[in-house]
Design a protein around this ligand. Structure first.
Ligand code: MLT
Length: 235
């Protein structure tokens, strides 16, 4: 049986052998929730970048630039880091060059993997179903915040591992911790998540709509994968 293992922050990803494996990146608040919502509703592709300047270069070539620093819109960028911005009419059919503090960094740190997926509560079941079709070991990278674990990302990693339990063996203490955490929280995710430190940075943004949106399960039937051009696309 292939395995599934949770990595608690992008600062720990170097401890994992990625070659031959699938890495599922999650940054629930909010990078991968933006990515999933945008690609499910008409954004053509999203290129995850580390540097603001690299986004500006692509913006000059006609891409939209999106993302955040300190959770806020970056000067001169087209989109902030709210999933609602990625679902706007002006984003449809467009390519977006995106940079965020942790989410896009986590993707770039995982480039040695065979396959990279981006997931969030919004495409939980679609991602589980896709992983079932692969016969590969899976690492779920819970992006976290500046090297520290993020409750929302760890709980999503637990939900994903739980969903895959039938066909993937859960390995590693972080994985069991994540599953146990999700089990406790799943009855009322929104209430449980009030403990999450990043929630307090974000709760007043977008009129308070981002948090409940990012925690809503299975809004989208879409699998998001990094292609050969290193762009995230809907399969
Ligand atoms: C990140 O990548 O750190 C987040 O998506 C930050 C945010 O949305 O505020």
């Amino acid at each position: 049986m292939n395995t599934i293992e949770v990595c608690l922050t992008h600062e720990l990803i170097h401890q994992h052998e990625l070659e031959g494996k699938v890495v599922v990146i999650t940054d629930v608040f909010r990078a991968t929730s933006c990515i999933v919502a945008g690609l499910a509703t008409g954004v053509k592709a999203i290129k995850p970048l580390i540097e603001v300047e690299d986004c500006r270069t692509l913006q000059a070539e006609g891409w939209l630039a999106g993302g955040e620093r300190h959770a806020q819109l970056i000067e001169g960028f087209d989109l902030d880091n709210s999933p609602f911005s990625y679902m706007e009419e002006r984003a449809k059919g467009k390519k977006v060059a995106m940079t965020t503090t942790n989410g896009t960094l986590a993707v770039n740190k995982s480039m040695a993997a065979d396959e990279i997926l981006a997931a969030s509560f919004g495409n939980l079941t679609a991602t589980v179903s896709y992983l079932k079709t692969l016969q590969k070991d899976v690492i779920v990278l819970a992006a976290g915040w500046k090297g520290r674990p993020g409750l929302e990302d760890v709980l999503f990693a637990g939900a994903l591992a739980l969903g895959c339990q039938e066909f993937l063996q859960t390995v590693g203490d972080s994985t069991h911790l994540a599953i146990a955490g999700y089990d406790v929280a799943k009855g009322n995710l929104l209430e449980y998540m009030q403990r999450a430190s990043h929630l307090h940075r974000l709760k007043n943004l977008s009129g308070g709509k981002d948090i409940p949106f990012c925690l809503e399960i299975d809004q989208f039937d879409v699998v998001v994968k990094l292609n050969e051009a290193k762009e995230l696309v809907a399969l």
